[in-house]
Design a protein around this ligand. Structure first.
Ligand code: LMR
Length: 394
């Protein structure tokens, strides 16, 4: 049987991560996978996470199953964090999932059941695992323009033109904040226009929000998602806790589905639980319990928010330093977009050949499409990167 297998395409981000590990150079710089690192290159366990884990270890009296949707307290805490009061609680169905990827996967499976012919519209570019999963599930897929190669901002006119061609019932995947891989984001007003087109066309939004708190702050980063949630009868939201709680390996995420009314919510909730059962039964609990403990305890929550803010500001400082250094070296403002981008990533907007040159000549690893993880930098490596960018002729 197994001889019939053919090799599957390697995930570009994970392949790069493996390549970095085997590079013997001691001065190599990892700007690949989206994992936050502090100035010493460590991905720390957040203080509030440590404390929540300590409490769980001390107090947890059972490891019995929770429910197919996960612990309802996690659902409620995440609904508040992401959606606040944008939609009535009784319209929101939710299931815990293994990370944000699990949430995306379950969202697509739900769409497959509810609207098997719907085309899934993805931004060009998007996180490579989006098209990979859509393709794997055999769902129709299309792209809308997103990145402006010249300004390194959003190609908003192109995006609107392409969204004018979506059909009724199609699903448009939007990034809630901190667009991955570009770092270029829509303003609130621009998103209002996108929503207007989608409403006119009868399209359904699927929001991927994996970096809430990494862009302009916890509340501001959720604004677009909340606007979308209250603008449509139906909408799907895949949220990840991997980055903002730093619980990457615990696989903590949630899929929320906004239904038209409580009856539709009940049917959706039942379907989501069914889908969890088919795929992995009960979702992982530990990370979700840590997140719930933090979000529901005022002191832990305040500490978590503080540390998240420190993390966000660190990335903003690094962005500004890199933009300034490049301005100094090139005597031009063509890299100013780095300071305007938000979140963990920025797309430099150069060729795969020059990305490879950076890797070979300087040991600087970024994804082939020139996505850099800004959090992989520190005050010492910013000038090294800037110099390498200039000497590579980017
Ligand atoms: C990334 O984009 O680097 C992260 O979301 C990690 C991943 O799973 O790809």
């Amino acid at each position: 049987m197994l001889e019939n297998l053919t090799a599957q395409p390697a995930d570009k981000i994970l392949a790069l991560m493996a390549k970095f590990k085997t590079d013997p150079r001691s001065d190599k710089i990892d700007l690949g996978v989206g994992v936050y690192k502090d100035a010493s290159g460590t991905t720390p366990v957040m203080r509030a996470v440590k404390e929540a884990e300590r409490r769980i270890l001390a107090d947890q009296s059972t490891k019995a199953y929770t429910g197919l949707a996960g612990d309802p307290a996690f659902g409620a805490a995440m609904r508040d964090l992401v959606l606040a009061d944008s939609v009535p609680t009784e319209r929101v169905a939710a299931v815990a999932t293994p990370g944000g990827t699990g949430a995306i996967r379950q969202a697509l499976e739900l769409i497959k059941l509810a609207a098997p012919k719907a085309t899934i519209w993805l931004s060009n570019p998007t996180w490579p695992n989006h098209p990979s999963i859509v393709k794997y599930l055999g769902m129709p897929m299309a792209e809308y323009r997103y990145f402006d190669q010249v300004t390194r901002g959003v190609d908003f006119a192109g995006m609107l033109t392409d969204l004018e061609t979506v059909a009724a019932g199609d699903v448009v995947l939007l990034h809630g904040c901190c667009h991955n891989p570009t770092g270029a984001n829509l303003t609130y007003d621009q998103m209002s226009q996108v929503i207007g087109i989608m409403q006119k066309k009868g399209a359904v939004p699927l929001v991927d929000i994996a970096y809430q708190g990494f862009g302009d702050g916890l509340e501001k980063d959720a604004q677009i998602t909340r606007l979308i949630a209250r603008s449509f009868e139906n909408c799907l939201i895949a949220a990840s806790c991997s980055k903002n709680f730093g619980v990457y390996r615990e696989r903590t995420g949630i899929l929320m589905a906004v239904a038209k009314d409580p009856d539709q919510q009940a049917l959706t909730q039942q379907t989501l639980a069914f889908l969890n059962r088919q795929n992995y039964s009960f979702p992982p609990d530990h990370g979700a319990r840590v997140v719930t403990t933090i979000l529901t305890d005022p002191d832990l929550r305040a500490d978590w928010e503080d540390e998240l803010e420190e993390t966000r500001k660190t990335m903003l400082v690094l962005r500004q330093q890199l933009a300034d250094e490049l301005k100094r070296l090139t005597n031009s403002d063509r890299f100013d977009f780095l300071a305007d981008h938000r979140g963990m990533f920025s797309r430099l907007g150069t060729t795969p050949e020059l990305v490879e040159k950076l890797r070979e000549d300087h040991g600087i690893y970024m994804v082939g499409d020139s996505r850099m993880n800004i959090a992989g930098l520190n005050a010492e490596t910013v000038p090294i990167l800037a110099k390498a960018i200039v000497s590579a002729g980017i």
